[in-house]
Design a protein around this ligand. Structure first.
Ligand SMILES: Cc1cc2nc3c(=O)[nH]c(=O)nc-3n(C[C@H](O)[C@H](O)[C@H](O)COP(=O)(O)O)c2cc1C
Ligand SMILES: Nc1ncnc2c1ncn2[C@@H]1O[C@H](COP(=O)(O)OP(=O)(O)OP(=O)(O)O)[C@@H](O)[C@H]1O
Length: 301
């Protein structure tokens, strides 16, 4: 997949005429995947046009607005879907003011010939552009509302599911396990003292499932491990103000500090709890481990 970065008026035509799916695609969920597959279904080269930073992040001026798929992981998922080009459009003050016609003009100059979008897609200043405007300028393939459990599949709904710790349904709406990718950073080194060393994962930029303990898988250097993850503040040892994501990985004794791992959430196990003593915490962790190992045995890879 070729990645093309586009900034304001610095537009060069892409050498191939394109059939392009357009949107934010946070999560690259089942609805988004319908669009992307449609873009691959025509004689032109396929493309996905998306924005960076996410327009909601930019327009709402929220620093570190958490996403389901920050750009690096979104890029990998889109590539795995077999797309030829990913066009990353820098979203800034100027772009936010582009009228629907200016936006259409940019798409034409990029050599986009066909557009794939959802039935409710809007674009341009104040979201005044819609599917009819696109139809006056391109061959347009409109994807009807994609629904699961009577709900429109959307990034916002998947966030809601994760905020309830509903890993099972988040996976159904995403079409894959919910996964975060982060560098392993130093924690307080206390985990190893109680027999449960943990990899603390740098999670900035990610929307996290509700605080609690989860059965997870970890991908490190193309090898898959199972483990258990705590999202929380470690109230028993000493309460950490910063939210921590820490994974105790089974059957791994490598030094992975500073390495990047993918953590996929497979099942919620329990809430985080303040225990009366470290021994009680240890006892609970042994039970958690037993439970997660038995869950891992149920999985056929
Ligand atoms: C699977 C798992 C579950 C945990 N559950 C709790 C918990 O319920 N309450 C708590 O205070 N700490 C919990 N912890 C956090 C431990 O207190 C933490 O691993 C310890 O503070 C060591 O932190 P460190 O890796 O920064 O040294 C859990 C850790 C793991 C890996
Ligand atoms: N469930 C769906 N059915 C059909 N089209 C969809 C669906 N979800 C998104 N789309 C389309 O995918 C493109 C990208 O949309 P966008 O990234 O805004 O998705 P979203 O999941 O609806 O996000 P949010 O929940 O943040 O509004 C748009 O063209 C949109 O119309």
């Amino acid at each position: 997949m070729e990645i093309i970065y586009v900034k304001n008026n610095d537009i060069k035509p892409i050498k191939d005429p394109l059939c392009c799916a357009v949107g934010n695609f946070d999560g690259v969920h089942l609805g988004h995947q319908m669009l992307i597959n449609e873009a691959k279904n025509h004689s032109l080269k396929s493309a996905v046009l998306t924005f960076y930073p996410h327009p909601s992040v930019f327009l709402k001026k929220i620093k570190n607005y958490p996403l389901l798929t920050p750009m690096n992981i979104k890029q990998d998922i889109i590539e795995s879907l077999g797309v030829d080009y990913l066009i990353i459009f820098e979203f800034n003050d100027e772009i936010a003011k582009y009228s629907k016609d200016e936006f259409i003009d940019i798409m034409k100059r990029l050599n986009i010939k066909s557009v794939v979008c959802g039935y409710d897609f809007t674009f341009g200043y104040k979201a005044l552009g819609n599917v009819s405007d696109l139809k006056n300028n391109f061959m347009v393939y409109v994807i009807p509302k994609y629904v699961l459990d009577d709900v429109r599949v959307s990034s916002s709904y998947i966030r809601e599911l994760l905020s309830y710790g509903n890993i099972y349904d988040a996976k159904r709406f995403l079409g894959r396990d919910y996964t975060i990718r982060g560098r392993v950073i130093y924690g307080s080194m206390q985990g190893r003292l109680i027999g449960f060393p943990t990899a603390n994962v740098f999670h900035d930029g990610y929307f996290l499932p509700r605080n609690g303990v989860y059965f997870v898988s970890v991908l490190y250097k193309n090898k898959k491990y199972y483990g258990m993850c705590n999202i929380g503040h470690n109230p028993t040892f000493n309460f950490q103000t910063e939210l921590r994501v820490e994974v105790h990985i089974f059957d791994m004794d490598l030094d992975i500090y500073d390495e990047v791992i993918d953590v996929s959430f497979l099942k919620e196990i329990r809430d985080e709890k303040k225990f009366q003593s470290i021994d009680e915490l240890k006892c609970q962790l042994l039970k958690d481990k037993e439970m997660c190992i038995s869950l891992s045995k149920e999985i056929k890879d």
